[in-house]
Write a protein that binds this ligand. Structure first.
Ligand SMILES: [Zn+2]
Length: 771
């Protein structure tokens, strides 16, 4: 077996320090540059990454540097490599059967009537992967040599890198059955047909110069997939027997990050592979297993999910504990790929220096791994200075002003803070106070973020537009959004959120305890990246945030204006959150700030207030045992935020998704008066689930799929509404789009809303008779 480096990372950001890949890819998509230019930029980025990682201390020729580049998504990469593409894209193959880059992008983005692959969250992160579609008809064959060429490219530049591929079990476990598959088809049933393609790929990688390959198998740790952990472990054993048993292959590292491996660890130890990477940030040191003596263990002790510098001594101790298991050797690594964190904290010139000393972005994490590797080689004394410096930073963080704020901490919580009056009482009071018609019409909050809005914001941020002029601009924007809703005949209006660039960052910018970055981009999907805020200290609200906008909008109409807030769980989920106290405590601090905002909105005369929680399901832990306590605190934080609202104030929430499954009890427990969800894409199927579980509060199943530029017809909306009315009592039903309108244009938005109003008018004629 080839030696494994003592320090490595499981993957590195792909988008470039200044989002160069985004720009290159989008310019190729729009036809402003050609394939060759795109490939050149990508090769340049890969070269820069290798050089950078070598400069930071990873070995050039010992497989320490991962070859983890992707043009769009690593799951799509694997699917395309093994030829697992849906039938509707088959004709995009080249004459020799391979799938080129233009076809790859078409599969990711769709084209005309050909829908793209679906997108969904990657484990418990905010990264979205493309969902492969696999059926009995899928033919597996090596269909792209892109990874092989990247290994050769590295060799030509004097590097021996370690190619990273999503493994066969995870690829199938994350896939969905193809359109042509029979009812109940399980993609995992194709494992034996898929594995030979991996054998072939590994042989090619070896021939290209790879000494190690990394198979990413995070599915093995998840209890949130449709397939059980036991079944996945069996599948892994079968697949690795074949792959590991092949004659021509590099040494194999199997990485199973994002949670504890538990019993599956011994399955990997028994497999004919050389190394196993375990996540020791989210998971614990596994129990010893027979056969460890000839395995290399890679300890993921540096958090790949978060941006804190963390406790380096503690990380070193975990490696020590891993060493006690009796493996052939132990290496230091990140817990996951670093794709979840920004590039480099030294790119942040505007951040407070003291805060910077507590942070580690990707490059700093690489340095930490390199330090730990030195410690593994030379013992603790060799890295004493670095360990001490990290501990000192932690001490400094603990005692720094703002991290613990007495006035926040002294707010005692009482049982009653988490509950409102009984729903029946609220329903009656709200009916009386609001006087809404049957099937009230509303929207989810945002209206189109036009080029004008983005330009004005950019000018304001650059100082080219005064605060006064910018605010006047936003007021005019609100005027027109209110006028439009009046003209259309909606019942509960919104102000349109023109002042928000992002529903979380906006609140982060207006709350104490948060800071925002300049260049802290993190890939969200494909060419999209977000800049998560950093929640570093105790959270409080120095001044009202939305009250001015909401009351201004209310002053322009006699209809009810809906206040619009982002909920505590979503604020946490889409930020980098402090790791020095339980998430539940942090969530409650955010909740209290929102609670104050709600009180101010109420006293300013806002009678309907929406608190969005689209990320409620996303933070759900991968392990079943951890889920109840998560649901407890997340629900409690929402209830704390909204629990002070008066009986006659109508609290809405919006959740985006409609796969209720495990979270339905939690959604019920939120106790919002009205909940809006996505339903248009699933043709209202969700109303059947809602009726089955018995949900008796207000519910707004979406009738307009805002992810598509298509304008739904009146008839189509009417039939969706009739289905809802058939299955759910009319008094509970609201009419609204699936989600906010910010990504849409005005033409399609106006036309769609007009059709929604007309369809509602038709359905109301009947229900008014029936009520
Ligand atoms: Zn939404």
């Amino acid at each position: 077996m080839t030696a494994f480096p003592q320090g490595t990372i499981l993957g590195y950001p792909r988008i470039g320090r200044r989002r160069e890949l985004k720009k290159a890819v989008e310019s190729f998509w729009s036809g402003r540059s050609d394939l060759q230019q795109l490939e050149q930029t990508a090769a340049g980025l890969r070269a820069a990454t290798r050089e950078r990682l070598a400069t930071l201390g990873l070995g050039r020729d010992d497989s320490a540097i991962p070859e983890s580049f992707s043009y769009y998504d690593q799951v799509l990469d694997a699917a395309v490599t093994v030829g697992a593409i849906p039938a509707r894209f088959e004709n995009l193959r080249e004459a020799d059967g391979t799938i080129g880059l233009p076809a790859y992008f078409t599969i990711a983005r769709g084209e005309g009537e050909r829908a793209p692959l679906e997108m969904t969250k990657w484990f418990d992160s905010n990264y979205h992967y493309l969902v492969p579609e696999i059926g009995p008809e899928t033919t597996f064959s090596l269909s792209s040599d892109r990874l092989v060429r990247q290994v050769e490219e590295a060799v030509a530049a004097g590097f021996v890198t370690r190619p990273v591929v999503v493994g066969p079990v995870t690829l199938l476990a994350l896939a969905k059955a193809s359109d042509d598959a029979p009812e109940g088809f399980d993609p995992l049933s194709r494992l034996d047909d898929l594995v030979p393609v991996y054998v072939e790929l590994l042989a090619r990688l070896k021939a290209a110069g790879a000494e190690w390959v990394q198979l990413d198998e995070p599915a093995l740790v998840s209890e949130s997939l449709p397939t059980s952990v036991e079944k996945l472990a069996d599948a892994a054993a079968r697949a690795l027997d074949v792959i590991g048993g092949s004659a021509e292959r590099p040494s194999i590292l199997v990485a199973a990050p994002y949670a504890s491996l538990e019993a599956t660890f011994s399955v990997l130890v028994a497999a004919p592979i050389e190394a196993i990477a375990v996540d020791l940030v989210r998971g614990a040191v596994p129990a010893a297993a027979a056969g460890l003596a000839d395995k290399i263990l890679v300890g993921g002790v540096i958090d790949g999910h978060n941006i804190w510098r963390g406790d380096l001594s503690d990380a070193f101790e975990k490696l020590d504990a891993l060493g006690q298991l009796g493996a052939a050797s132990v290496s230091a690594s990140t817990s996951t790929s670093l794709l979840h964190v920004p590039h480099d904290v030294t790119d942040e010139s505007a951040l407070d220096e003291r805060l910077v000393s507590w942070l580690a972005f990707a490059d700093q994490k690489v340095e930490q791994v390199v330090t730990l590797a030195r410690g593994l080689a030379g013992g603790r004394p060799a890295i004493k200075e670095a360990l001490d410096a990290a501990s000192a930073a932690l001490d400094d963080r603990r005692s720094a002003p703002g991290v613990r704020d007495g006035s926040v901490r002294s707010r005692a919580l009482a049982e009653g803070d988490f509950s409102r009056a009984a729903y029946a009482e609220r329903e009656a009071a709200q009916q009386e106070a609001l006087g809404l018609p049957a099937l009230p019409l509303t929207t989810i909050g945002s209206f189109p973020q036009t080029g004008d809005i983005r330009r004005a914001r950019a000018q304001f941020l650059r100082g080219e537009l005064s605060n006064e002029d910018y605010e006047a601009f936003l007021r005019r924007e609100i005027d027109s959004v209110v006028d439009l809703q009046e003209e259309l005949g909606l019942d509960v209006l919104v102000h349109g959120e023109p002042e928000r660039n992002d529903m979380v960052q906006y609140f982060a910018e207006n709350l104490d305890g948060f800071t925002v970055t300049e260049n802290g981009w993190v890939q969200s999907y494909g060419s999209r990246a977000t800049r998560p805020s950093i929640l570093w200290g105790d959270v409080s609200r120095p001044a009202p945030i939305t009250v001015g906008w909401s009351t201004y909008a209310q002053s322009k109409t006699a209809k009810h204006m809906k206040g619009m807030l982002t909920g505590p769980v979503t604020i946490l989920a889409w930020s980098f959150v402090r790791d020095d106290q339980p998430l539940a405590d942090t969530a409650n601090q955010v909740a209290l700030a929102l609670r104050d905002e709600i009180a101010d909105l109420e006293s300013a005369g806002i009678a309907v207030i929406q608190v969005d929680e689209p990320a409620l399901r996303e933070l759900l832990p991968l392990k079943k045992a951890d889920q109840p306590s998560y649901l407890d605190w997340s629900v409690a934080s929402f209830r704390l935020a909204t629990g002070g609202a008066g009986t006659a104030t109508q609290v809405h929430t919006h959740l985006c998704y409609s796969e209720f499954g495990v979270v339905i009890d939690a959604i019920r427990a939120l106790d919002a008066d009205v909940t809006s969800i996505e339903a248009a894409r699933s043709r209202m199927d969700v109303v059947t689930d809602i009726a089955e579980v018995g949900f008796d509060h207000g519910i707004g199943p979406g009738v307009y799929d805002i992810h598509s530029p298509r304008v739904p017809t009146v008839d189509e909306i009417e039939s969706l509404l009739r289905r809802a009315v058939d299955e759910i009592p009319t008094r509970q039903l609201w009419v609204n789009p699936d989600c906010g309108l910010k990504t849409r244009g005005y033409d399609e938005t106006t036309a769609s809303l007009r059709n929604i109003v007309e369809a509602t008018r038709r359905v109301r004629e009947d229900v008014n008779v029936a009520v």
